[in-house]
Design a protein around this ligand. Sequence first.
Ligand SMILES: Nc1ncnc2c1ncn2[C@@H]1O[C@H](COP(=O)(O)OP(=O)(O)OP(=O)(O)O)[C@@H](O)[C@H]1O
Ligand SMILES: [Mg+2]
Length: 260
Amino acid sequence: MSEDYEELARREELRVDRARSKRVKDEDLFKTLEEVFDLKTVMALYQMINSGPIDSVFGAVKAGKESRVYWAKGKSGEDLAVKIYLTSSMEFKKSIRQYIQGDPRFRDSKDHRQLIYTWAQKEFKNLSQAKGAGVRVPRPIHVHQNILVMEFIGDGGEPAPMLKDLRDGEVDARIYEDVIGMLERLYRDAGLVHADLSEYNVMVHEGKAYFIDLGQAVLKTHPMADTFLSRDVGNIIRFFEKRGLNPPDPESVIKWLKRQ
Ligand SMILES: Nc1ncnc2c1ncn2[C@@H]1O[C@H](COP(=O)(O)OP(=O)(O)OP(=O)(O)O)[C@@H](O)[C@H]1O
Ligand SMILES: [Mg+2]
């Protein structure tokens, strides 16, 4: 598989700029991709480079248990974030079902690979729905199989810091208001509950909060929506409290979000 792919890449003059890869230093990016992803995924990525929105792929920004996020460049030289979901994790399959069942926009599937594809579609749809309502999220650009292409939040391949990474002095009332304002738009205008909101899924770029990682976000009509909303609000309030602010209690924030 490795040789086949290298040959293919050579033939089509696939451009992979290894020298500029920041995180995957001496590794051959595509060899790494082959180790992590199956042939179908590597071919889908290749297709996106050949005739889709991607021009070249650099190193991994982040390697998680369920996905990897890569810094890439688009056809006009713009930075892109490419999130690729792993199709192999059985744990993941178990945990994502509850967010797909009960959402009329998507169908559950017994096929593992199909379920992961649905998950990528779901993140794309949620990002579009949030963006359309004016919530600051990475602009979704393309989705195919288990690969999601979106706007890169950060500079020169360096992702913007997460809310958790801000120094105490930077965690102020202004950023609190911004996060709560985004939460209000997400709930009231986009009709979504993030369902994994915390300081680990909010990026801060040029002083503004961006919600990321919207795969598990559900419609507010989802049977578990209220449970997820309480958890999200609780996480956010706890974070700002821990960092020395004096936010209102979660119950009053939830009441305010749900006002008529
Ligand atoms: N649009 C983006 N632009 C720049 N960096 C991004 C973007 N989306 C994600 N990242 C980076 O990749 C990391 C993981 O992204 P995300 O939270 O969507 O994936 P995940 O699989 O849920 O990972 P985790 O399990 O750590 O939450 C983020 O913390 C962030 O550093
Ligand atoms: Mg995340």
